[in-house]
Design a protein around this ligand. Structure first.
Ligand SMILES: NC(=O)c1ccc[n+]([C@@H]2O[C@H](COP(=O)([O-])OP(=O)(O)OC[C@H]3O[C@@H](n4cnc5c(N)ncnc54)[C@H](O)[C@@H]3O)[C@@H](O)[C@H]2O)c1
Length: 296
């Protein structure tokens, strides 16, 4: 396997493209927006420069990695030669079903179709294709070039051969794949998102401020960053979408998203990607600055 297509050049897509390209795969990066492709490539370049500065890669590796990536705005052209597609477009079920139905027409029958969805059912996505045995979840963690885990999710019809091939591909990227079954939120977000949502509820109820909540979890539980900072990194829209999948899929109101999370997403406060969430991200320093809305 050598030809990989990544769909979506956002937070995750550019990291996935970067990682495959760095490990020698030829990558087609597809997005509907040229602006997202330009920003995605700029992020890849910035992250490679950082690796070069730390002497983790050579100048030749940096050039080779960038040369391994070709950008497309047309889905058909981007996927027709792919042996593996990793879809990392916006977390929206209708959008993903449409992309998979289209990819099913444009790819060859042996192509494995993987999705980086955080929570949407792999079985449901596979059901819109002719070959559901070739559909699988390949859930990378953010930031992709650094995080070791890939949660591999088997849909109801995913074949053993496809699962084992995707485990091997993940290992070839120097990652550690863990196989789990298709259930809402899988393992990672079934556990992580209720914790983030509870931190937002705690803030909303006035139990403590943004910095206090994050400090308790960092220093008290040895988490590398607090849950509100992590929510800003993940994207509040992504957090909201996952909570809704947990609530609907598990049929339990304990997963209801906090109204503050809903309001912030509606107001366009999405975290790092929009410049403001619980913290303000436009300040150009490494300091965490609590966003104006949450200042006491
Ligand atoms: N953000 C995280 O920390 C994280 C972690 C793991 C998994 N995920 C999952 O990864 C996926 C992508 O999330 P993200 O945070 O990168 O989102 P994002 O909003 O940063 O990027 C999404 C990209 O998809 C593009 N897009 C939208 N429709 C498209 C289409 N039809 N064809 C091609 N591109 C299209 C958008 O232009 C955008 O560039 C989601 O399924 C999300 O649940 C996110």
């Amino acid at each position: 396997m050598n030809n990989i297509t990544v769909i979506g050049a956002g937070t995750m897509g550019n990291g996935i493209a970067h990682t495959f390209a760095q490990y020698g795969y030829k990558v087609n990066l597809v997005d509907i927006s040229q602006d997202s492709l330009d920003k995605g490539m700029a992020t890849i370049k910035k992250n490679l420069d950082r690796l070069l500065a730390k002497e983790k890669i050579t100048n030749e590796k940096l050039t080779e990695t960038l040369n391994n990536i070709t950008c497309f705005t047309d889905l058909k052209a981007g996927v027709e030669n792919a042996e593996l597609v990793v879809e990392a477009a916006t977390e929206n079920i209708d959008l993903k079903l449409k992309i998979f139905a289209d990819m099913d027409k444009y790819t060859n029958a042996n192509c494995i179709l993987a999705t980086n969805t955080s929570s949407i059912s792999i079985t449901k996505i596979a059901a819109v294709t002719e070959n559901p045995d070739k559909v699988i979840g390949m859930h990378f963690m953010n930031p992709v070039p650094i995080m070791k885990l890939v949660e591999i999710i088997r849909g109801y019809s995913t074949s053993d051969a496809v699962c084992s091939e995707i485990m091997d591909v993940s290992k070839s990227l120097n990652k550690v794949p863990v196989e789990v079954n298709d259930y809402p939120g899988f393992v990672a977000n079934r556990i992580l998102m209720p914790m983030i949502n509870e931190a937002i509820i705690t803030l909303n109820e006035g139990v403590a401020g943004v910095e206090e909540i994050d400090t308790v979890m960092k220093l008290g539980m040895a988490h590398p960053m607090g849950p509100l900072q992590l929510a800003d990194f993940i994207g509040l829209d992504v957090c909201l979408a996952i909570m809704n999948v947990l609530k609907d899929g598990l049929g339990n109101d304990k997963y209801a998203p906090c109204p503050l999370l809903v309001n912030m997403v509606t107001a366009g406060k999405l975290g790092v990607k929009s410049g403001e969430g619980f913290y303000s991200w436009g300040h150009g320093s490494k300091d965490l600055i609590v966003a104006d809305n949450f200042k006491k």
